[in-house]
Structures are given as C-alpha cells and as structure tokens.
Design a protein around this ligand. Structure first.
Ligand code: VGL
Length: 194
C-alpha cells in the first residue's frame, strides 16, 4: 500500500462498465479485478486526507474516436448509457472528470485531443489538483496501454511525482506486450511502479 497525504491525489481511471464488465463493449481482460484494490486504495487515501478523483470516458453517440466514425474503437462509454457508468462495485467518493465529451480522443485524464487538428486542450483535472495543492499522483484503473499510460505521461509533464499501482491496472493488449511497453514508457518518463 502507498502512503497518502494531503498533497497526494489518487486518480482512478475509467473504471466503467464498458471496460470493466465482461459484457462491456471494450472489455479489458480482468478489468473487474482492479476494483477490490481500487476500493482499498480509495478508503486508505481518504482516511489519510488525500484527494480522490475519478476519470470517466464520456463520448457522444457519434465521434471520430469510434470505428464507425473512422477511428480505432468500437462504440463505448456513450454518455448517459450503462457502458459509461462506473462499475457498480466501485466506491465513488470524489470528484469526477469527464473526457471525450465533445467528440475528442479522450485518453488522458488531463487533456482532450482534437481528432482533426491533434491539438490538446486541458480537462478540469489539473486545476482541480492545483487548487488542492497536490504534488503527487497515484494512478490505477483502465487501461494500462491507453488511458492509464497517457494520464501518467501528462502527470509527469505537468510536474507531478507519479506512481502507478501495478496490481490496480489492466491492459487492452491489442498487440501482445502493449501493457508492458506502456509500463516501460512511463517508467522511462519518470514514474515509479508500485
Ligand atoms: C480507453 C481505449 C479507448 C481507456 C479509452 O480507457 O484506456 N481505451 N478509449
């Protein structure tokens, strides 16, 4: 278990039905297995005065992010649908930051990428963390090789000390080894794995 304090935020990435339920449209193998650990970390973080924040993929019905719109992914996490809801076993006890809401590629919890121009715009996450004087972020959730990775890389770029909880993440692994490569990339960028 990590030590938490008031300058630390636990960022729980995309523990939503479409990723964490075997019936979800973009189910990440073993996704539901991160939930017990997530709940333990959430309790521990809150008990020690840390900030707990949740990211939530929240797409419009049609977006260039989806394969039917020319993108890479099956339709998933459409705002207001079951797939976009947090998994019912996850304890939700903190602020929620939605991403992808205007049709952007929303991998990182910190930025939304315009699918036409490739430009990044900030989500409310960094302001929220700065307001609470956070200097260190602890990340878990789904999926290692996309949203967890991009959130961790942005956290590092923004100057946060960044820790990834290995047992609290699972990979899509479109190509075998993507998850492990993502971990190496975030480690190389300066994150610690726990
Ligand atoms: C994610 C693929 C597409 C994720 C989101 O949460 O990691 N992966 N959209």
């Amino acid at each position: 278990m990590v030590e938490y304090d008031e300058g630390t935020a636990l960022v729980v990435v995309d523990v939503q039905n479409d990723f964490a339920d075997p019936a979800g449209s973009l189910y990440v193998a073993g996704g539901e297995r991160v939930i017990p650990m997530a709940n333990r970390e959430i309790e521990s973080a809150l008990a020690q005065g840390a900030v707990v924040v949740y990211t939530q993929d929240w797409h419009p019905e049609a977006t260039p992010h989806f394969d039917v719109g020319g993108g890479a992914w099956p339709v998933h996490c459409v705002g207001g649908t079951w797939g976009a809801e947090f998994h019912p076993d996850l304890e939700v006890k903190g602020e929620i930051v939605r991403k992808g809401t205007r049709g952007e590629d929303g991998y990182s919890g910190f930025t939304a990428r315009d699918t036409a121009t490739g430009d990044d715009a900030p989500t409310p996450l960094v302001d929220l963390l700065r307001k609470r004087s956070v200097r260190r972020v602890v990340i878990l959730g789904l999926a290692t090789d996309y949203c967890v990775k991009e959130t961790a890389l942005d956290a590092l770029k923004l100057g946060f000390e960044t820790i990834l909880l290995r047992d609290g993440i699972r990979a899509v692994d479109l190509e075998r080894g993507d998850g492990e490569r993502a971990l190496r990339a975030v480690e190389t960028a300066g994150a610690r794995l726990r």
